[in-house]
Design a protein around this ligand. Sequence first.
Ligand code: DQA
Length: 149
Amino acid sequence: MSRLIYILNGPNLNLLGKRQPEIYGRETLADVEAACRAVATRHGLDIRFHQSNREYELIDWIHEARETAAGIVINPAAFTHTSVAILDALNTFDAPVIEVHISNVHKREAFRHHSYVSLRADGVIAGLGTQGYPLAIERLAHLIGPAKA
Ligand code: DQA
């Protein structure tokens, strides 16, 4: 069984650390990737960590994950609230999906309260800052189970 997980990040998350730090904090996406790699290694998981500002690229990575991955962590960013196409792609993926939001979307504007991706996600983490990513990996590691000796 695959020990590979995909961590996918949507638009504007390349600016993490610089973009509205009062909402998203000062850690960069590279810091998030390092934290994800550390926790994944502890669980014997390999990761592919990607960010794109283009919807189709996220969809292509989800299609790739169908063939190779045991789970997906996704922060679809603004596509959360708009993208039926990302929901449709995730519906073709047969392993656990955890949705992550750095901010507490439910405390923000009404348009952020609805998530298409939540219709597919097995779990949702919101408002725990960038800590949400390693916590999502902990959950995937639990669902995937330990490596066979
Ligand atoms: C976000 C929340 C979204 O509403 C927003 O569009 C983002 C980031 C978050 O991580 O809190 O870009 O997904």
